[in-house]
Design a protein around this ligand. Sequence first.
Ligand code: 2RA
Length: 350
Amino acid sequence: TGPTVAIVGATGAVGTVMIDIIDNRPSVPWGEVRLIASARSAGKKMTVRGEEKTVVELSPEAFDGVDIALFDVPDEISAKWAPIAAERGAIAVDNSGAFRLDPEVPLVVPEVNASKVHERPKGIVANPNCTTLSMMASLGALHHEFGLRELVVSSYQAASGAGQEGVDRLYAEIAAVAGKNVGARAGDVAEALAAAGLSEETPFKAPLAMNVVPWAGSRKDDGWTSEELKVRNESRKILGIDDLKVSATCVRVPVLTTHSLAVHATFEREVTVEQAHKVFRSQDSIVLQDDPDNEVFPTPAAVVGGDPTYVGRVRQALDFPNTLEFFVCGDNLRKGAALNTYEIAETLAN
Ligand code: 2RA
């Protein structure tokens, strides 16, 4: 029989998407799929590919016999338990931020740098942050052809990037402003949220309904946020360009799921729209939706739930012939999290 795969955090937002992905694969290489979660969720029954499973409690013994352990848990849980899984003989594929920049841990997007999965002295392979991941298939393919030199991006990040708390908050805010005709006077959206009993403590730092918020992640030095630094550091590591010039502004938008990015990418040489289209079409995990004459472009609401990343609005920058502008959308819970982690596991299993 095939290898044993474990999902750690099986009952969480990303873990649940992971099970959905396993359920919907035409075939899977696994002999056993083991579900692991905190004591609170242990004992729960879940069905995977038609087979009922009981969630087992996270413990060192839970990893016995596991070949690949997929971690969809907060940073501090991964930091503690991924090395324990590795000690017990499993390869840990970690979707948290705990190991992404560790030089002894590869950071993998299979379309871009699959062979790195074999360079894992700690027995751990890391999955990138969803914001970086949403643009990596497209940038990896372009870099391979044209040599990427500089990257300037603005993100449009969905509420579910902030977890279930973010999802609940966006729904509650939209309900609170619906039918209230607010938005024309400074502060009236916040007043409507307060009138509906919503706390000023929000994962988004400002009202998200009828708004955009130029803040995602946590506060870092010199005015940067953690999300913006992740885009820079992770892009460099995945693409293998240590001195890639990167600048990012990360923005939260009132979208439930699917992150979008406006990308300004500069290459060693001139790149035309036709050349870029050809590269995008040749990459299986990219869907090109770019027909300006018919106003065709991707939007998060139209592509959410899909596995590929969707690319459109491809333009050769008017004043920068070596620069392409494009817009990319990727489901932050699928390719941005569970799907890429799962694809790393399949790369390891094959
Ligand atoms: C966010 N990228 O969107 C983060 C989630 N890891 O908040």
